[in-house]
Ligand binder design. Sequence first.
Ligand code: ADP
Ligand code: ZN
Length: 432
Amino acid sequence: MFYDEKMETMPRPELRALQLERLRAVCARVYEHVPFYRRRFDEAHVKPADIRTLEDVRRLPFTQKQDMRDNYPYGMFAVPLKDIVRLHCSSGTTGKATVVGYTRQDLINWSQMVARGFVMAGATSSDILHNAYGYGLFTGGLGAHDGGEYLGMTVIPVSGGSTKRQAQLMRDFGATVLSCTPSYALHLYEAALEAGIDIKDLPLRIGVFGAEPWTEEMRRDIEAKMGITALNIYGLSEVMGPGVAMECAIGRSGMHLNEDHFLAEIIDPVTGEAKEPGEEGELVLTTLTKEGIPLIRYRTHDLTSLDLTPCPCGRTFARLTRFKGRSDDMLIIRGVNFFPSQVESLLLEVEGISPHYQIVLDREDNLDTVEVMVEVNENVFSDAIKDLQSLERRIQRSIKEYLGVTTKVRLVSPHSIARSQGKVQRVVDNRK
Ligand code: ADP
Ligand code: ZN
């Protein structure tokens, strides 16, 4: 099942020709309309007409989040404000928020990409979407909302918060598709249980989860608890919002990137050199169709790889493999590098551990310390102290063995770690 079969299954040579045509057009557009880009292109001694192949994209300068901040609020816009019909901001997870503007056509393209994503997940116009992404300046809420309506689903704009009530609405309205962050899905599941509702017994069958990193282990946990198919969706406000890439229910491995709208590169985050398909690195995106704020070689800081092997679903769009996290999320503790997502994978392998955890960084005698706080379920929590201690030591050993970092593991009682309404914060850094 496709939303736009012709585009989504286009043979790759044709797709690449389309990408090149659009790349040349967007370069010409930004050179003419955005002084920032004209300056950058001139400094790099490259003219839009120099772009003759897709590989020539590498001659263009990178764009960074900082560039958007420096040109706050409207400096990166390529059209007059009268043609902008909506503004959004990034969540500001890594600093000052950035502003993005959309033309009417940008919103249509976005809705269509999100609709493609829902169809990829197995949804149809007969579905009922419970959209618990936050509404407002954050792109998640309205992005998923518009895409759901475009597909023709019945969209319930619940947004985040009032979680117990959400569970009741979910039951009363018979939602079949849920969209939110994976951490919020778990929170919703627990709040529902407290309200006497087991989501597993409801008609809900599909979860479209994203906006934060999560692991395969987390997926299995959510699917088992809620009795649904849980799929991954990726996006970022600077480039568009949710729906830049989406996982299909048939392949379930990697998210198809909407390559008719975005050109992807994977680079070495340190040297900026190109990586081969299959190699991990930083995702760099160029928007091919955006009118409001076209972006050239935008450094996402997200770490993934490009999978060009054919997908059983028949789509020809390349797939982004599951994100390890952002390069800025990487923790370097006493010389050892690791990601919160790697800790998550190890924790969720352990029986009796719940998927709620926090990594607390501190400094003692000029040495960095790491404490992993993790909730256990009621059964484990009622065990004897010595059993809990031996479980703590087991987890500590497994983190040491697989990631090479020495941590202190502390098991805490159920529900003692704060639940997020949107993006979860896994790392608490007390070192400053
Ligand atoms: P902010 O950068 O302030 O969080 P956004 O709300 O635009 O702003 O969030 C985009 C970021 O969220 C992405 O760059 C990525 O790091 C993260 N993200 C979004 N979807 C996923 C996903 N499915 N898996 C992992 N990370 C994701
Ligand atoms: Zn697929």
